[in-house]
Design a protein around this ligand. Structure first.
Ligand code: SDX
Length: 428
Protein backbone atom coordinates (compact mmCIF):
# COMPACT_ATOMS: atom_id res chain seq x y z
CA UNK A 1 0.00 0.00 0.00
CA UNK A 2 1.68 3.27 -1.04
CA UNK A 3 2.31 5.69 1.82
CA UNK A 4 -0.11 8.56 2.26
CA UNK A 5 -0.88 11.42 4.65
CA UNK A 6 -4.29 12.17 6.06
CA UNK A 7 -5.65 15.71 5.83
CA UNK A 8 -8.62 16.58 8.00
CA UNK A 9 -10.21 19.96 7.26
CA UNK A 10 -13.70 20.67 8.48
CA UNK A 11 -15.80 17.70 7.48
CA UNK A 12 -13.34 16.75 4.75
CA UNK A 13 -10.85 13.91 5.23
CA UNK A 14 -8.43 13.38 2.39
CA UNK A 15 -5.63 10.88 1.83
CA UNK A 16 -2.74 12.69 0.17
CA UNK A 17 -0.41 10.28 -1.67
CA UNK A 18 3.26 10.44 -0.69
CA UNK A 19 5.63 10.15 -3.64
CA UNK A 20 9.27 9.15 -3.21
CA UNK A 21 12.24 9.97 -5.41
CA UNK A 22 15.22 7.78 -6.27
CA UNK A 23 17.21 9.36 -3.42
CA UNK A 24 14.38 8.69 -0.93
CA UNK A 25 13.11 12.29 -0.90
CA UNK A 26 9.41 12.32 -0.11
CA UNK A 27 6.66 14.73 -1.14
CA UNK A 28 2.96 15.10 -0.58
CA UNK A 29 1.13 15.05 -3.90
CA UNK A 30 -1.46 17.84 -3.50
CA UNK A 31 -2.51 17.89 -7.17
CA UNK A 32 -6.10 16.87 -6.24
CA UNK A 33 -6.33 19.07 -3.14
CA UNK A 34 -8.45 21.95 -4.53
CA UNK A 35 -10.77 19.62 -6.44
CA UNK A 36 -11.37 17.47 -3.34
CA UNK A 37 -11.42 20.16 -0.62
CA UNK A 38 -11.55 23.62 -2.24
CA UNK A 39 -8.32 24.32 -0.38
CA UNK A 40 -5.02 25.42 -1.91
CA UNK A 41 -1.59 25.43 -0.25
CA UNK A 42 0.28 28.66 0.49
CA UNK A 43 4.11 28.63 0.65
CA UNK A 44 5.72 32.06 0.16
CA UNK A 45 9.03 31.65 -1.66
CA UNK A 46 8.25 27.97 -2.29
CA UNK A 47 10.41 26.97 0.71
CA UNK A 48 8.44 23.73 1.15
CA UNK A 49 7.08 23.28 -2.36
CA UNK A 50 8.36 21.03 -5.12
CA UNK A 51 7.46 22.30 -8.61
CA UNK A 52 8.31 19.18 -10.58
CA UNK A 53 9.92 15.77 -10.72
CA UNK A 54 13.41 16.00 -12.26
CA UNK A 55 16.18 13.58 -13.16
CA UNK A 56 18.87 16.18 -13.86
CA UNK A 57 20.51 17.28 -10.59
CA UNK A 58 20.42 15.94 -7.06
CA UNK A 59 21.21 18.13 -4.04
CA UNK A 60 21.41 17.10 -0.44
CA UNK A 61 21.61 20.37 1.52
CA UNK A 62 22.23 18.74 4.90
CA UNK A 63 25.14 16.64 3.64
CA UNK A 64 26.45 19.12 1.08
CA UNK A 65 25.99 16.76 -1.88
CA UNK A 66 25.65 17.92 -5.52
CA UNK A 67 25.40 15.49 -8.47
CA UNK A 68 24.66 16.08 -12.15
CA UNK A 69 22.85 13.06 -13.63
CA UNK A 70 24.24 10.96 -10.75
CA UNK A 71 27.88 12.07 -11.08
CA UNK A 72 29.47 13.84 -8.07
CA UNK A 73 30.36 17.47 -8.76
CA UNK A 74 33.85 16.81 -7.37
CA UNK A 75 34.49 14.12 -10.02
CA UNK A 76 33.12 16.22 -12.86
CA UNK A 77 35.07 19.35 -11.85
CA UNK A 78 38.25 17.29 -11.60
CA UNK A 79 37.95 15.19 -14.78
CA UNK A 80 35.70 16.86 -17.37
CA UNK A 81 35.72 19.82 -19.65
CA UNK A 82 32.73 22.12 -19.67
CA UNK A 83 31.39 21.06 -23.10
CA UNK A 84 31.37 17.43 -21.88
CA UNK A 85 29.29 18.50 -18.84
CA UNK A 86 26.94 20.45 -21.14
CA UNK A 87 26.33 17.20 -23.04
CA UNK A 88 25.81 15.24 -19.78
CA UNK A 89 23.24 17.68 -18.41
CA UNK A 90 21.33 18.13 -21.68
CA UNK A 91 21.33 14.54 -23.01
CA UNK A 92 21.56 12.61 -19.72
CA UNK A 93 24.82 10.65 -20.08
CA UNK A 94 28.53 11.37 -20.37
CA UNK A 95 29.33 11.37 -24.12
CA UNK A 96 31.67 8.84 -25.73
CA UNK A 97 34.47 10.12 -27.95
CA UNK A 98 32.38 10.21 -31.11
CA UNK A 99 29.37 11.89 -29.45
CA UNK A 100 31.60 14.54 -27.86
CA UNK A 101 33.44 15.26 -31.11
CA UNK A 102 30.11 15.64 -32.93
CA UNK A 103 28.77 17.95 -30.23
CA UNK A 104 31.92 20.10 -30.25
CA UNK A 105 31.78 20.35 -34.03
CA UNK A 106 28.11 21.39 -33.95
CA UNK A 107 28.96 24.13 -31.45
CA UNK A 108 31.97 25.30 -33.46
CA UNK A 109 29.79 26.00 -36.48
CA UNK A 110 27.72 28.54 -34.52
CA UNK A 111 30.26 30.60 -32.52
CA UNK A 112 29.95 33.77 -34.65
CA UNK A 113 27.11 36.29 -34.25
CA UNK A 114 25.17 37.52 -37.27
CA UNK A 115 27.01 40.69 -38.34
CA UNK A 116 23.81 42.74 -37.95
CA UNK A 117 23.67 41.68 -34.26
CA UNK A 118 26.88 43.59 -33.69
CA UNK A 119 24.92 46.80 -34.28
CA UNK A 120 23.06 46.22 -31.00
CA UNK A 121 26.31 46.95 -29.21
CA UNK A 122 26.55 50.36 -30.94
CA UNK A 123 23.26 51.28 -29.30
CA UNK A 124 24.15 50.32 -25.73
CA UNK A 125 25.79 52.97 -23.53
CA UNK A 126 29.45 52.15 -22.79
CA UNK A 127 28.64 51.61 -19.11
CA UNK A 128 25.68 49.30 -19.82
CA UNK A 129 25.69 46.37 -17.39
CA UNK A 130 26.74 43.24 -19.34
CA UNK A 131 23.81 41.26 -17.88
CA UNK A 132 21.42 43.73 -19.52
CA UNK A 133 23.31 43.29 -22.79
CA UNK A 134 23.31 39.50 -22.42
CA UNK A 135 19.56 39.21 -21.82
CA UNK A 136 18.83 41.66 -24.66
CA UNK A 137 21.03 39.94 -27.24
CA UNK A 138 19.88 36.43 -26.26
CA UNK A 139 16.26 37.53 -26.60
CA UNK A 140 17.08 39.15 -29.96
CA UNK A 141 18.43 35.80 -31.22
CA UNK A 142 14.78 34.84 -31.77
CA UNK A 143 14.58 37.64 -34.38
CA UNK A 144 17.65 36.44 -36.29
CA UNK A 145 16.92 32.73 -36.17
CA UNK A 146 13.20 32.67 -36.94
CA UNK A 147 13.75 29.52 -38.99
CA UNK A 148 14.00 27.31 -35.90
CA UNK A 149 11.95 28.44 -32.90
CA UNK A 150 9.30 25.75 -32.47
CA UNK A 151 9.67 24.06 -29.04
CA UNK A 152 7.79 21.04 -30.41
CA UNK A 153 10.25 20.51 -33.27
CA UNK A 154 13.28 18.47 -32.07
CA UNK A 155 15.47 19.74 -34.93
CA UNK A 156 14.60 23.35 -34.10
CA UNK A 157 15.38 22.73 -30.42
CA UNK A 158 18.71 21.08 -31.28
CA UNK A 159 19.98 23.96 -33.39
CA UNK A 160 18.78 26.49 -30.76
CA UNK A 161 20.84 24.58 -28.17
CA UNK A 162 23.94 24.65 -30.37
CA UNK A 163 23.46 28.36 -31.16
CA UNK A 164 23.07 29.30 -27.48
CA UNK A 165 26.03 27.31 -26.16
CA UNK A 166 28.20 28.50 -29.05
CA UNK A 167 27.23 32.17 -28.94
CA UNK A 168 27.05 33.03 -25.24
CA UNK A 169 30.85 33.41 -24.92
CA UNK A 170 30.90 35.61 -28.03
CA UNK A 171 27.99 37.77 -26.78
CA UNK A 172 29.67 38.07 -23.37
CA UNK A 173 33.13 38.91 -24.71
CA UNK A 174 31.67 41.50 -27.10
CA UNK A 175 29.93 43.22 -24.17
CA UNK A 176 33.31 43.51 -22.40
CA UNK A 177 35.06 44.84 -25.53
CA UNK A 178 32.26 47.39 -25.95
CA UNK A 179 32.75 48.59 -22.35
CA UNK A 180 36.48 49.26 -22.89
CA UNK A 181 36.23 50.60 -26.44
CA UNK A 182 38.32 47.83 -27.97
CA UNK A 183 37.56 46.06 -31.27
CA UNK A 184 35.54 42.85 -31.06
CA UNK A 185 37.65 39.70 -31.47
CA UNK A 186 36.07 37.01 -33.63
CA UNK A 187 35.92 33.45 -32.25
CA UNK A 188 38.60 30.98 -33.34
CA UNK A 189 37.19 27.49 -33.71
CA UNK A 190 40.44 25.58 -33.32
CA UNK A 191 40.52 26.70 -29.68
CA UNK A 192 38.69 25.01 -26.80
CA UNK A 193 35.58 26.62 -25.33
CA UNK A 194 37.43 28.35 -22.48
CA UNK A 195 40.49 29.23 -24.58
CA UNK A 196 38.21 30.84 -27.16
CA UNK A 197 36.40 32.90 -24.53
CA UNK A 198 39.60 34.15 -22.90
CA UNK A 199 41.02 35.12 -26.29
CA UNK A 200 37.83 36.98 -27.31
CA UNK A 201 37.95 38.77 -23.96
CA UNK A 202 41.60 39.76 -23.75
CA UNK A 203 43.24 39.58 -27.20
CA UNK A 204 43.75 42.70 -29.33
CA UNK A 205 44.28 42.71 -33.12
CA UNK A 206 47.69 44.36 -32.91
CA UNK A 207 49.57 41.72 -30.98
CA UNK A 208 49.59 37.96 -30.30
CA UNK A 209 47.66 36.73 -27.24
CA UNK A 210 49.11 33.93 -25.14
CA UNK A 211 46.46 31.78 -23.47
CA UNK A 212 47.36 30.94 -19.86
CA UNK A 213 46.61 27.22 -19.22
CA UNK A 214 46.04 27.93 -15.51
CA UNK A 215 43.33 30.44 -16.41
CA UNK A 216 41.74 27.88 -18.74
CA UNK A 217 41.76 25.23 -15.98
CA UNK A 218 40.24 27.63 -13.43
CA UNK A 219 37.58 28.92 -15.86
CA UNK A 220 36.65 25.39 -16.95
CA UNK A 221 36.14 24.38 -13.30
CA UNK A 222 34.07 27.49 -12.57
CA UNK A 223 31.76 26.89 -15.53
CA UNK A 224 31.27 23.25 -14.50
CA UNK A 225 30.40 23.97 -10.85
CA UNK A 226 27.88 26.62 -11.99
CA UNK A 227 26.29 24.40 -14.66
CA UNK A 228 23.14 23.36 -12.79
CA UNK A 229 21.48 23.50 -9.40
CA UNK A 230 18.01 21.94 -9.68
CA UNK A 231 15.05 24.31 -9.17
CA UNK A 232 16.88 27.55 -8.27
CA UNK A 233 15.28 30.92 -8.99
CA UNK A 234 16.60 31.37 -12.55
CA UNK A 235 16.02 27.74 -13.58
CA UNK A 236 12.47 27.89 -12.25
CA UNK A 237 12.08 31.09 -14.28
CA UNK A 238 13.25 29.33 -17.46
CA UNK A 239 10.75 26.52 -16.76
CA UNK A 240 7.96 29.00 -15.99
CA UNK A 241 8.51 31.02 -19.19
CA UNK A 242 9.06 27.86 -21.25
CA UNK A 243 5.81 26.37 -19.94
CA UNK A 244 3.88 28.93 -22.01
CA UNK A 245 5.61 27.46 -25.12
CA UNK A 246 7.74 30.58 -25.52
CA UNK A 247 10.82 29.79 -27.60
CA UNK A 248 14.10 28.70 -26.00
CA UNK A 249 15.84 32.05 -26.59
CA UNK A 250 13.02 33.92 -24.80
CA UNK A 251 13.10 31.41 -21.93
CA UNK A 252 16.88 31.66 -21.49
CA UNK A 253 16.77 35.47 -21.68
CA UNK A 254 14.26 35.38 -18.79
CA UNK A 255 16.62 33.14 -16.83
CA UNK A 256 19.46 35.63 -17.37
CA UNK A 257 17.29 38.38 -15.89
CA UNK A 258 16.40 36.30 -12.83
CA UNK A 259 20.05 35.35 -12.29
CA UNK A 260 21.07 39.02 -12.27
CA UNK A 261 19.52 39.65 -8.83
CA UNK A 262 22.06 40.09 -5.98
CA UNK A 263 20.26 37.44 -3.92
CA UNK A 264 20.94 34.94 -6.71
CA UNK A 265 23.67 34.98 -9.36
CA UNK A 266 24.38 38.66 -8.83
CA UNK A 267 25.80 37.72 -5.43
CA UNK A 268 29.26 37.01 -6.88
CA UNK A 269 29.55 40.64 -7.97
CA UNK A 270 28.08 41.75 -4.61
CA UNK A 271 30.62 39.61 -2.70
CA UNK A 272 33.62 41.29 -4.30
CA UNK A 273 32.07 44.72 -3.79
CA UNK A 274 31.50 43.80 -0.12
CA UNK A 275 35.06 42.45 0.33
CA UNK A 276 36.43 45.63 -1.27
CA UNK A 277 34.31 47.75 1.08
CA UNK A 278 35.68 45.81 4.08
CA UNK A 279 39.25 46.16 2.79
CA UNK A 280 38.77 49.92 2.43
CA UNK A 281 37.34 49.99 5.95
CA UNK A 282 40.66 48.85 7.48
CA UNK A 283 39.70 45.19 6.97
CA UNK A 284 37.34 45.41 9.95
CA UNK A 285 35.73 42.00 9.45
CA UNK A 286 34.15 41.91 12.93
CA UNK A 287 32.27 45.14 12.14
CA UNK A 288 30.63 43.65 9.05
CA UNK A 289 29.78 40.40 10.75
CA UNK A 290 28.05 42.46 13.47
CA UNK A 291 26.20 44.46 10.79
CA UNK A 292 25.01 41.24 9.13
CA UNK A 293 23.55 40.09 12.47
CA UNK A 294 21.76 43.38 13.09
CA UNK A 295 18.35 43.18 11.40
CA UNK A 296 18.01 46.96 11.63
CA UNK A 297 21.01 47.35 9.38
CA UNK A 298 19.57 45.43 6.43
CA UNK A 299 23.13 44.34 5.55
CA UNK A 300 23.71 40.74 4.50
CA UNK A 301 26.98 38.84 4.24
CA UNK A 302 26.90 38.30 0.49
CA UNK A 303 28.06 34.85 -0.55
CA UNK A 304 26.79 33.40 2.71
CA UNK A 305 23.69 31.31 3.25
CA UNK A 306 21.62 29.15 0.95
CA UNK A 307 18.02 28.02 0.64
CA UNK A 308 19.04 24.38 0.32
CA UNK A 309 22.58 23.96 1.70
CA UNK A 310 22.57 23.89 5.48
CA UNK A 311 26.14 22.67 5.34
CA UNK A 312 29.11 23.73 3.25
CA UNK A 313 28.19 24.31 -0.41
CA UNK A 314 30.39 21.66 -2.09
CA UNK A 315 31.05 24.11 -4.90
CA UNK A 316 32.49 26.63 -2.42
CA UNK A 317 34.95 24.00 -1.22
CA UNK A 318 36.06 23.24 -4.80
CA UNK A 319 36.35 26.93 -5.71
CA UNK A 320 38.21 27.85 -2.49
CA UNK A 321 40.80 25.11 -3.11
CA UNK A 322 41.22 26.23 -6.74
CA UNK A 323 41.56 29.81 -5.51
CA UNK A 324 44.40 28.81 -3.23
CA UNK A 325 46.19 26.92 -6.00
CA UNK A 326 45.81 29.63 -8.65
CA UNK A 327 46.86 32.54 -6.41
CA UNK A 328 49.80 30.51 -5.16
CA UNK A 329 50.86 29.56 -8.70
CA UNK A 330 50.51 33.16 -9.90
CA UNK A 331 52.24 34.37 -6.75
CA UNK A 332 49.32 36.76 -6.21
CA UNK A 333 48.65 37.96 -2.68
CA UNK A 334 45.04 39.15 -3.11
CA UNK A 335 43.90 41.01 0.04
CA UNK A 336 40.28 40.18 -0.84
CA UNK A 337 41.05 36.46 -0.56
CA UNK A 338 42.54 37.00 2.91
CA UNK A 339 39.52 39.07 3.97
CA UNK A 340 37.17 36.38 2.62
CA UNK A 341 39.00 33.71 4.63
CA UNK A 342 38.89 35.87 7.79
CA UNK A 343 35.19 36.55 7.22
CA UNK A 344 34.51 32.84 6.87
CA UNK A 345 36.50 32.05 10.01
CA UNK A 346 34.76 34.72 12.13
CA UNK A 347 31.26 33.92 10.83
CA UNK A 348 31.56 30.14 11.23
CA UNK A 349 32.32 30.46 14.91
CA UNK A 350 29.49 32.95 15.50
CA UNK A 351 26.27 31.58 16.95
CA UNK A 352 24.11 33.74 14.61
CA UNK A 353 25.54 32.00 11.52
CA UNK A 354 25.97 28.59 13.12
CA UNK A 355 22.37 28.48 14.42
CA UNK A 356 21.02 29.51 11.02
CA UNK A 357 23.40 27.12 9.23
CA UNK A 358 24.76 29.92 7.07
CA UNK A 359 27.89 28.76 5.23
CA UNK A 360 29.84 30.21 2.29
CA UNK A 361 28.02 29.44 -0.96
CA UNK A 362 29.17 29.16 -4.56
CA UNK A 363 29.48 32.94 -4.86
CA UNK A 364 31.74 33.55 -1.89
CA UNK A 365 35.11 32.74 -3.45
CA UNK A 366 34.38 32.66 -7.18
CA UNK A 367 34.99 36.39 -7.59
CA UNK A 368 38.55 36.07 -6.28
CA UNK A 369 39.37 33.65 -9.12
CA UNK A 370 37.64 35.84 -11.70
CA UNK A 371 39.76 38.78 -10.49
CA UNK A 372 42.94 36.73 -10.78
CA UNK A 373 42.02 35.85 -14.37
CA UNK A 374 41.38 39.54 -15.09
CA UNK A 375 37.60 39.34 -15.48
CA UNK A 376 36.07 42.73 -14.51
CA UNK A 377 33.54 42.66 -11.65
CA UNK A 378 30.44 43.50 -13.73
CA UNK A 379 31.18 40.42 -15.87
CA UNK A 380 31.13 37.96 -12.93
CA UNK A 381 27.41 37.19 -13.20
CA UNK A 382 27.72 36.88 -16.98
CA UNK A 383 30.18 34.03 -16.37
CA UNK A 384 27.68 32.50 -13.96
CA UNK A 385 25.12 32.64 -16.78
CA UNK A 386 27.58 31.03 -19.22
CA UNK A 387 28.06 28.20 -16.72
CA UNK A 388 24.34 27.84 -15.94
CA UNK A 389 23.22 27.76 -19.57
CA UNK A 390 23.35 23.94 -20.01
CA UNK A 391 21.35 23.50 -16.80
CA UNK A 392 18.69 25.94 -17.99
CA UNK A 393 18.52 24.14 -21.34
CA UNK A 394 18.33 20.70 -19.71
CA UNK A 395 15.44 21.76 -17.47
CA UNK A 396 13.60 23.46 -20.36
CA UNK A 397 13.90 20.25 -22.41
CA UNK A 398 12.85 18.06 -19.48
CA UNK A 399 9.80 20.27 -18.85
CA UNK A 400 8.74 19.98 -22.52
CA UNK A 401 9.28 16.23 -22.53
CA UNK A 402 7.20 15.68 -19.38
CA UNK A 403 3.85 13.94 -19.82
CA UNK A 404 2.61 16.26 -17.03
CA UNK A 405 3.61 19.42 -18.91
CA UNK A 406 1.15 22.25 -18.50
CA UNK A 407 1.49 26.01 -18.24
CA UNK A 408 2.78 27.08 -14.80
CA UNK A 409 0.10 29.17 -13.14
CA UNK A 410 0.17 29.27 -9.30
CA UNK A 411 -2.94 30.22 -7.28
CA UNK A 412 -3.08 32.89 -4.52
CA UNK A 413 -4.90 33.90 -1.36
CA UNK A 414 -6.63 37.23 -2.04
CA UNK A 415 -6.28 39.73 0.81
CA UNK A 416 -7.53 42.88 -0.88
CA UNK A 417 -10.81 44.88 -0.65
CA UNK A 418 -14.16 43.13 -0.78
CA UNK A 419 -16.58 44.32 -3.47
CA UNK A 420 -17.16 48.08 -3.49
CA UNK A 421 -19.78 50.27 -5.25
CA UNK A 422 -18.25 52.22 -8.13
CA UNK A 423 -17.93 55.98 -7.48
CA UNK A 424 -17.95 58.49 -10.36
CA UNK A 425 -14.90 60.71 -10.62
CA UNK A 426 -17.03 63.77 -9.83
CA UNK A 427 -18.06 62.16 -6.55
CA UNK A 428 -14.56 61.05 -5.35
C1 SDX B 1 22.83 31.36 -5.45
O1 SDX B 1 18.95 28.35 -5.13
C2 SDX B 1 20.13 28.11 -5.59
O2 SDX B 1 20.50 26.98 -5.79
C3 SDX B 1 20.97 29.32 -5.88
C4 SDX B 1 22.39 29.06 -6.32
C5 SDX B 1 22.45 28.38 -7.66
O3 SDX B 1 23.45 27.70 -7.93
O4 SDX B 1 21.51 28.59 -8.47
O5 SDX B 1 23.06 28.27 -5.36
C6 SDX B 1 23.15 30.37 -6.49
O6 SDX B 1 21.96 32.15 -5.64
C7 SDX B 1 23.56 31.29 -4.13
C8 SDX B 1 23.06 32.36 -3.11
C9 SDX B 1 23.70 33.71 -3.45
N1 SDX B 1 23.07 34.77 -2.62
C10 SDX B 1 23.77 35.34 -1.63
O7 SDX B 1 24.89 34.97 -1.25
C11 SDX B 1 23.04 36.50 -0.96
C12 SDX B 1 23.17 36.38 0.54
N2 SDX B 1 22.38 35.21 0.97
C13 SDX B 1 21.06 35.43 1.41
O8 SDX B 1 20.38 36.56 0.98
C14 SDX B 1 20.22 34.16 1.62
O9 SDX B 1 20.99 33.30 2.36
C15 SDX B 1 19.68 33.44 0.40
C16 SDX B 1 18.94 34.37 -0.49
C17 SDX B 1 20.78 32.78 -0.34
C18 SDX B 1 18.72 32.37 0.91
O10 SDX B 1 17.63 33.03 1.44
P1 SDX B 1 16.47 32.23 2.22
O11 SDX B 1 16.62 30.76 2.06
O12 SDX B 1 15.18 32.87 1.84
O13 SDX B 1 16.82 32.48 3.71
P2 SDX B 1 16.29 33.72 4.54
O14 SDX B 1 16.52 34.98 3.79
O15 SDX B 1 14.91 33.39 5.00
O16 SDX B 1 17.29 33.71 5.81
C19 SDX B 1 17.06 32.83 6.93
C20 SDX B 1 17.70 33.56 8.10
C21 SDX B 1 17.19 34.99 8.26
O17 SDX B 1 17.35 35.35 9.60
P3 SDX B 1 16.06 35.17 10.63
O18 SDX B 1 14.89 35.89 9.97
O19 SDX B 1 15.84 33.66 10.73
O20 SDX B 1 16.51 35.82 11.91
O21 SDX B 1 19.12 33.70 7.88
C22 SDX B 1 19.44 35.06 7.75
C23 SDX B 1 18.16 35.80 7.46
O22 SDX B 1 18.22 37.14 7.93
N3 SDX B 1 20.39 35.17 6.63
C24 SDX B 1 21.44 35.97 6.61
C25 SDX B 1 22.08 35.70 5.40
N4 SDX B 1 21.40 34.78 4.72
C26 SDX B 1 20.34 34.45 5.49
N5 SDX B 1 21.91 36.88 7.50
C27 SDX B 1 23.03 37.52 7.16
N6 SDX B 1 23.73 37.33 6.00
C28 SDX B 1 23.26 36.41 5.09
N7 SDX B 1 23.92 36.22 3.97
Amino acid sequence: MPESAKLNCGDVELDLPVIEGTENEKALDVSQLRRETGLITLDEGYVNTGSTRSAITFLNGEQGILRYRGYAIEDLAQNCDFVEVCYLLIYGDLPNGEQLAEFRSAIHSHTMLHEDMRMFYDGFPRDAHPMAILSSVVSAMSTFYQDALDPANPEHVEICIHRLIAKLPTIAAYSYKKSIGQPFIYPENDLTYCENFLRMMFAVPCEPYEIDPDFVTALNMLLIVHADHEQNCSTSTVRMVGSSNANLFASIAAGVCALWGPLHGGANEAVVNMLTQIMEDDGDVEKYVAMAKDKEHGFRLMGFGHRVYKNFDPRARIIKAACDRLLDKMNIDDPLFHIAQQLEEVALRDEYFVSRKLYPNVDFYSGVIYRAIGIPVPMFTVLFAMGRLPGWIAHWKEMHASKNKRICRPRQVYTGENIREFVELSDR
